[in-house]
Design a protein around this ligand. Structure first.
Ligand SMILES: [Fe+2]
Ligand SMILES: [Fe+2]
Length: 157
């Protein structure tokens, strides 16, 4: 599978979970906990394959996007720290939904920048074959992703 297609699929899946969270009732604590656990798993896996495979490969291929890659890593950093806080937070706590709302805003902004500004440059620089090979590596690497948000590289960036 093409690397960029794979990443965009992930973005879509996580957006669907965000929508479900936003539609969940104020008191739907069990559902909100379940959704946040799912969101965490999706985002940590996605951040892992981007940071381990896609970001370094794209940066090497298109060095002029280095600033973009570095900003993206900082955005991941914020996201994984919020996820780590949500892990031990009771969904009934008044901070829970507020934290998820900020998480969602951050991720939407991040995804928009990746998809609109950066991916097109990478697609142009990389051939189809290279994107396919990268996509295959990322699909396989999903199995090695950690479940702990702070275990991804950007947590310590
Ligand atoms: Fe990202
Ligand atoms: Fe992404």
């Amino acid at each position: 599978m093409d690397a960029i297609v794979l990443l965009k699929e992930d973005h879509k899946n996580v957006e669907a979970l965000f929508k479900k969270f936003e539609q969940a009732g104020e008191r739907a604590h069990v559902e909100k906990r379940r959704l946040v656990d799912q969101i965490t798993q999706e985002l940590v896996t996605h951040a892992y394959i981007e940071e381990e495979i896609f970001y370094p490969a794209a940066r090497a291929k298109v060095p002029e996007t280095s600033d973009h890659v570095l900003e993206s890593v900082e955005e991941h950093h914020v996201v994984v720290w919020i996820l780590s806080e949500l892990k031990d937070l009771d969904p009934a706590d008044e901070h829970f939904t507020a934290k998820v709302t900020v998480l969602i805003e951050n991720v939407r902004h991040h995804v928009e920048e990746e998809e609109k500004e950066w991916f097109p440059q990478v697609r142009e620089a990389m051939g189809r074959k290279e994107l396919q090979a990268l996509g295959e590596r990322m699909a396989k690497a999903k199995a090695d992703a950690p479940s702990e948000p702070l275990a991804v590289r950007s947590a310590k960036a």
